[in-house]
Design a protein around this ligand. Sequence first.
Ligand code: GDP
Length: 368
Amino acid sequence: MDNIQHPENESCYRSLNVNQGPEKQPPVVNPYLTRVRRKPLPSAGELVEGILKGDVTVLSRAVTLIESLNPQHQAVAQEVIEKCLPYSGNSRRIGITGVPGAGKSTSIDVFGLHVLRDGGRLAVLAIDPSSERTKGSILGDKTRMEKLSQHPSAFIRPSPSAGSLGGVARKTRETIVLCEAAGFDNIFVETVGVGQSETAVHSMVDFFLLIQLAGTGDELQGIKRGIMEMADGIVINKADGDNIDRARLAQAQFRSALHLFPPTASGWQPEVLTYSGYFELGIPEVWDMIDRYFAFVKANGYFERRRLEQARYWMYETINEKLRDHFYSNPVVEKMLAEKEERVLANLQSSFTAARDVLDAYFKELKI
Ligand code: GDP
């Protein structure tokens, strides 16, 4: 044994023994490995054809292209979205939010089965602001929705993980278009009720459902007023066992709090219900509320109006995002930003003149 090559074999490391590897590496164990090639990039036309047939494998492939940072993939994805647009729009888009532990996945599992009981198809998408840091998504995860993930008419897709919240949200917005073109007539968009992601979800759904818990003693304090104001329905989960009375109390508190809010743009008075996702109690009542909401806003024209407003919002959002990306990925900007940041932090330059200098350099680069 060669101790110079393997210091682990010194006598002080008695439990370790590293053997000499073979002189010559053996041939590849799997003789077919070299023949495995990457699938060629499908054309936009092929993808659209598959999507319109409702083929979930093709749909997944196209969504992967939406999420890809590769410019070639992006170009195909944008063409697919454009071609699918005329076939989109025909679904109920429902946003579902709640703090971690509120019971979102348990509820989506039973809500989903309830929605699918009369046929149709359901897509569960997610916007997870934390995924940027963790590089993985905790929302829209198949393992969290056991029953639904086995249902042939359900399509569950975790949150896109790369990029800013705006970028992640745009990708989910674009995925909705493809899902609708593939015949999904119910779309759930799930998010964690902790921050700005609600605004992004609110801007892409028709109905916004806030899942709350009772029995924490500070029912109304924990939620940002803005989130409550966005909700078209508040549902208090875990209204089962010993918790029923507390859930009813929370329901009364939410109802009176909602009365203090100004009337909603839709003219709909948000409702507060109690239910139990785990014990499957009160589920039809929640969906009856949602059905009534859709009937109400379709009758008074708000449904169409809001979708148009959302389309406008996404046009500006997309412009903003692309401009930001273009700016920050410019090499001159990147280099200069690092220098300027240091100067600002050392109090050698004001933030405003530093910003102006970087922008000037950027515009000069673009020859504007
Ligand atoms: P999420 O983090 O919002 O997705 O919450 P989960 O669906 O993972 O639920 C968190 C915990 O609450 C789990 O242990 C569930 O079993 C439990 N839970 C969810 N819904 C109910 C319910 O209706 N009643 C009771 N008692 N527990 C529930």
